[in-house]
Design a protein around this ligand. Structure first.
Ligand code: FAD
Length: 318
């Protein structure tokens, strides 16, 4: 319970978001002996905590559970002194003296010399029955991460933009058949990607179609079938399927930065190679930034870069 009249707590570095970017940033910031507070308003570990298995994070030749990896990262950061506040940051202001005022929904108010926004992104969901229950069990929003689990199986990819087509082509390396399901009769993706998709031997296209339900066994952790409706004929078909990869967009959690830093058309914050924004002392790292690879390893790298730079910034300015 926090007292509303309590003075804000002063810290060196505030980190907003406890996914791989924030946790790596916390490790570097705390290990540089800066007082470091990380705020997590949802699930500690971020998106990766929802992934069953991670096979492409270096150092784990047999893969590692997503949740297990997130908890290990958190333990390592706290070991060096990072403090975790389990609250959502609801307001971020730049003060006249260059520091940052952070307001949270239950964790109190803070003032930080530098702030790192590592708030990540949420994939846009289809919002259909079976999707939530089977996420991480055959329903995935990252083929780069999960396609290898479905070797020689039939899988569906939903969407028609760059991400869907690129990830569908990637998935053809593993799956026996990839069925790209798109609600229109042509793709929106760049021509070069379309050409690759049309050239792939084990790829089929289901046009004018939407997935209406995903069926599976939650206890066994597997997708078994999907229900698809043709939007022109209204014909409904149930198709056996081992996985469904959904790429219908991503929503970066960049609302705290609106009006403060420049953003791309998709509302990802624009930063330089040091993760710096035009606001001195304000850094953005991981999936919430523009031009990110959107992987655990790249997010962790971003977080480390931002923390190293934030440490230098504090030395130079305070
Ligand atoms: C199902 C799935 C499987 C994946 N598998 C892999 C894989 O195998 N390999 C791989 O490299 N990548 C994988 N990815 C991608 C990877 O998880 C992301 O690239 C990575 O998690 C991004 O890290 P991040 O720290 O930038 O953001 P996120 O992981 O999105 O974390 C951001 C965190 O910030 C918190 N937050 C947001 N706003 C606030 C706020 N205002 N206050 C406080 N907290 C806030 C959120 O609750 C969240 O915990 C997968 C993604 C998904 C969804």
């Amino acid at each position: 319970m926090t007292n509303e009249n309590q003075a804000p707590r002063e810290v060196d570095i505030a980190i907003i978001g406890g996914g791989p970017a924030g946790l790596a940033a916390g490790l570097y910031a705390a290990r540089a002996l800066r007082t470091t507070v990380l705020f997590e308003g949802g699930v500690l570990g971020g998106q990766i905590a929802t992934s069953d298995r991670v096979e492409n994070y270096p150092g784990f030749p047999d893969g590692v559970g997503g949740f297990e990896l997130a908890m290990a990262m958190h333990q390592q950061s706290e070991k060096f002194g990072m403090e975790t506040v389990y609250a959502r940051v609801t307001d971020l202001q730049v003060l006249e003296d260059g520091r940052f005022a952070l307001r949270t929904d239950g964790g109190g108010d803070f003032i930080a010399k530098a702030t790192l926004v590592t708030a990540g992104a949420d994939p846009v969901k289809l919002g259909i029955p079976g999707e939530v229950e089977l996420t991480g069990k055959g329903v995935s929003y990252c083929a780069t991460c999960d396609a290898a689990f479905f070797k020689n199986m039939e899988v569906a990819v939903v969407g028609g933009g760059d991400a869907a087509v690129e990830e569908a082509v990637f998935t053809t390396r593993y799956a026996s058949k990839v069925i790209l399901i798109h609600r229109r009769d042509e793709l929106r993706a760049q021509k070069v990607l379309q050409e690759r998709a049309f050239a792939a031997e084990n790829m089929e296209f289901l046009w004018d179609s939407v997935v209406e339900e995903i069926h599976g066994d939650v206890a066994k952790g597997q997708v078994e079938a999907i229900t698809v409706r043709n939007v022109k004929t209204n014909e409904v078909t149930r198709m056996p399927m081992s996985a469904v990869f959904i790429f219908i967009g991503q929503t970066p959690n960049s609302n705290l930065l609106e009006g403060i830093v420049p953003m791309d058309a998709g509302k990802h914050a624009c930063v330089n190679a040091w993760m710096e924004t035009p606001v001195p002392g304000l850094f953005v790292a991981g999936d919430v930034r523009a031009d990110a690879a959107r992987q655990v390893v790249s997010s962790a790298g971003d977080g480390a870069t931002a923390a190293i730079r934030a440490d230098h910034y504090i030395t130079d300015h305070f």
